[in-house]
Ligand binder design. Structure first.
Ligand code: PHE
Length: 504
């Protein structure tokens, strides 16, 4: 039985295990799918540069804060805030809500990836019907996500795999599975990107991805002449900032929970630097895997490049299979390796989300890990039904329709925000609202309520020579971070309600 005061909390076996676990959480669909298309959309190297600056400043600040809160309180996010200051328990509840909302839809997307991996596996083992099915990837994807049962079935398989790892514990489950999946993931990422970069026409696409394109920071004025635009720069910074939060698994309590398993003597500062390097490396590699080939494909088929790099699921589930088909005999093998890589990345991230939920249930209800895992399993599976069926059997059920049917809302809910499918809606609410709110309030909480000293002492405790970046950290957490995060929130509100033409 775990109680608030029990010192016998699970722990990682060492600093490396912690770094690997946090990196495993960070490296996920965000790196492999979202980073490349955002980079393509926002001027390649320009976006990468902005992103790097944000990671080492804002990302560093928030990750240090969360890990230190976890290690200091030895609690999951659910109860950690309340332990530091009794008036802030609600923040714990809010940040726990986020993984509970994300994990079901993340697992549904994990199920889509599993389906593709399975299909490529059948193709390489000579199954002709799978070859034929994937010849038209658009119809294949549409048919799959709108099927009455399959998306839920694959999603459940994915949730089950996570539950199996979680029930085995921090060392026996999470640590062990990361030690297998993460090195393989990195090896495949290096291998596929090397293969792509060696393709004869890769140079143009590489240039498009890596060379800063200042045009993305210009906008046409009233006279039609394109000039540097502060609004364009602002959009790039906000886009990069949102991506950074998501990619580093910040503002959803995971790093607090993982920090609560960290050993006293390990360095938080060094660990954070390494996690950031690892996460950014895989994001950049993902761009190397995807952008040059999609660029070549766009040029070949006469599709506008920006359109080919479309933001939606189409990029991974429709465009990439088409691109792989262009490789001839090796194509299915590249597809197989690519989707296995994505399965690993999604699985390790989903495990961390699931663990944040389980740890919260353990700490709040004083439950053991095993019953907490089962309890969470049923809850997640139930919520996954909505995301899994949202594109098919329940395709017509949107939040707006639901509210209209209940007579709560009028016709204004048609289309737009309220017209979203469940999966998109969950994604939207967490990324655009809940996460920035939790992040901003956490900064104010640490900077102005509890005081930065608590965090600084915690960071200094594990390392020789104290907290080297303490002065910088203080300025960031008190002033700069809350301002920047509030800017995300405002821009998201403007975007959601169509104020001022914002579009990110
Ligand atoms: N960081 C993960 C990624 O890049 C996403 C994630 C989100 C993981 C939420 C855990 C929690 O895909």
């Amino acid at each position: 039985m775990q109680t608030n005061d029990t010192p016998k909390r699970a722990s990682w076996s060492g600093q490396l295990s912690f770094i690997l676990a946090a990196a495993a959480s960070a490296i996920g669909l965000g790196n492999l799918w979202r980073f490349p298309y955002l980079a393509a959309q926002y001027g390649g190297g320009t976006f990468i540069l902005v992103y790097l600056v944000l990671v080492v400043t804002l990302g560093f600040t928030l990750m240090v804060t969360e890990i230190a809160i976890g290690r200091r309180t030895r609690q999951s996010q659910m109860t950690a805030y309340g332990k530091l200051h009794s008036g802030f328990g609600i923040l714990g509840f809010l940040s726990t809500l986020i993984p509970f909302v994300i994990v079901p839809y993340y697992c549904v997307i994990g199920g889509w990836v599993l389906k593709y991996f399975w299909t490529y596996l059948r193709i390489v083992s000579g199954d002709v019907s799978s070859v034929a099915a994937l010849e038209e990837p658009g119809a294949f994807f549409g048919g799959f996500v709108s099927a009455p049962f399959a998306p839920f079935g694959y999603g459940m398989l994915f949730i089950l795999a996570c539950a199996l790892v979680i029930v085995l514990g921090v060392k026996g489950g999470i640590e062990r599975s990361n030690k297998v999946m993460m090195p393989l993931l990195l090896a495949m990422a290096v291998g596929i990107s090397a293969f792509v970069c060696c393709q004869p026409d890769a140079a143009e696409g590489l240039k498009y991805y890596l060379v800063p394109n200042m045009d993305s920071l210009r906008a046409a004025g009233a006279d039609g002449v394109a000039r540097f635009s502060v609004a364009q720069l602002g959009k790039t910074v906000l886009g990069a900032m949102g991506q950074m939060f998501y990619s580093l698994s910040l503002a959803m309590g995971i790093m607090i929970t993982y920090g609560s398993y960290m050993r006293e003597g390990d360095s938080i500062e060094k660990s954070v630097r390494r996690i950031e390097i690892f996460d950014t490396l895989v994001a950049v590699l993902a761009g190397l895997m995807i952008i040059p080939v999609v660029y070549m494909y766009a040029v070949k088929t006469g599709t506008p490049v920006k359109e080919a790099m479309n933001a939606g699921p189409g990029l991974m589930f429709v465009t990439l299979p088409r691109v792989f088909a262009e490789f001839g005999g090796v194509g299915p093998w590249v597809g197989l390796a690519f989707f296995l890589l994505v399965v690993f990345a999604a699985l390790t991230s989903a495990i961390s989300l699931y663990e944040a939920c389980v740890a919260a249930v353990c700490d709040l209800l004083k439950m053991e890990r095993r019953p907490a895992t089962f309890f969470t399993f049923f809850l997640i599976s139930f919520l996954a039904v909505f995301s899994a069926l949202g594109y098919g059997a329940w395709g017509d059920v949107t939040l707006g329709a639901g509210l209209r049917n209940m007579g709560i809302a009028g016709d204004w809910t048609r289309g737009g925000l309220m017209g979203m499918q469940f999966l998109d809606f969950f994604d939207f609410v967490t990324n655009s609202f809940l996460m920035p709110i939790v992040a901003a309030v956490t900064c104010v909480f640490v900077g102005w309520v509890v005081g930065t000293k608590a965090i600084e002492d915690e960071v200094a405790r594990g390392q020789d020579g104290g907290f080297a970046g303490a002065g910088f950290y203080r300025a960031m957490v008190r002033y700069i971070a809350p301002t920047l995060i509030t800017a995300i929130l405002v821009s998201e509100v403007c975007r959601a309600f169509g104020i001022g033409g914002w579009k990110i």
